[in-house]
Design a protein around this ligand. Structure first.
Ligand code: E4P
Length: 217
């Protein structure tokens, strides 16, 4: 299972990278705005800065919602760095653009996916990643993890190579449940990754080992 961090915060990306378990980064326009990154030039520079920190794929989202605009913007994004994955919204034009980039060998991430049917279309279009938003489904009393399971089954049935990128992960149990279901990737905040470290018996056990060592040294 790949671990992506879902942020545009360079310090948090560095922290996750230094932990040695990071496989990539996802961003979106809201995450960019949260970091105060505004203006096309600054946004493009920020993507390059992220690519220079991590080794893996970095999703950069298009703003255009028409096919020609998405293609133009996606090509500009893909030209920034070979780690860039063009992130496209799950709308009709986005599916067409995913097919265009797939035919050109450019990686894509189809985002804002909330149903198995949408995920099936993304796979048919040859998307590299599909991003079902599990936390946002949970927010509206719908089982986000169930969607991951449905997509896993459908992709397995037909051998689709599109990777299931469980997005809108909010906490460590989401990460563990996605791993059990067989999501290829999860993307979440740093806390959802670092939370996997925690167990009180680890802390108690380590304290005891160190105390016993001190007794004899
Ligand atoms: C995915 O690529 C999105 O950036 C993200 O996971 C959305 O998460 P949120 O629902 O916590 O905003």
């Amino acid at each position: 299972m790949k671990f992506f961090i879902d942020t545009a915060n360079l310090d948090q990306i560095r922290d996750a990278q230094n932990l040695g378990v990071l496989d990539g980064v996802t961003t979106n326009p809201s995450l960019m705005a949260k970091e105060g990154i505004t203006g096309r030039e600054n946004i493009l520079k920020h993507y390059v800065a992220i690519c220079n920190i991590v080794d893996g794929d970095v999703s950069a989202e298009v703003i255009a919602t028409d096919y020609d605009g998405m293609v133009k913007e996606g090509e500009e994004l893909a030209g920034l760095h070979d780690q860039i994955v063009v992130k496209l919204p799950m709308i009709k034009e986005g599916v067409k653009a995913a097919k265009y980039f797939s035919d050109k060998g450019i990686k894509t991430n189809v985002t804002l996916v909330f149903s198995a049917g949408q995920a099936l279309l993304a796979a048919k279009a040859g998307a590299t990643y599909v991003s079902p938003f599990i936390g946002r489904l949970d927010d509206v009393s719908t089982d986000g993890l169930n969607l991951i399971a449905e997509i896993r089954q459908i992709y397995n049935n037909y051998g689709f190579s599109t990777q299931i990128l469980a997005a809108s992960v909010r906490h460590t149990m989401h990460v563990i449940d996605c791993a059990k279901i067989g999501a290829d990737v999860m993307t979440g905040p740093l806390s959802s990754i670092e939370g996997l470290l925690n167990h009180p018996l680890t802390d108690i056990g380590l304290a005891k080992f160190l105390a016993d060592y001190k007794k004899g040294n």
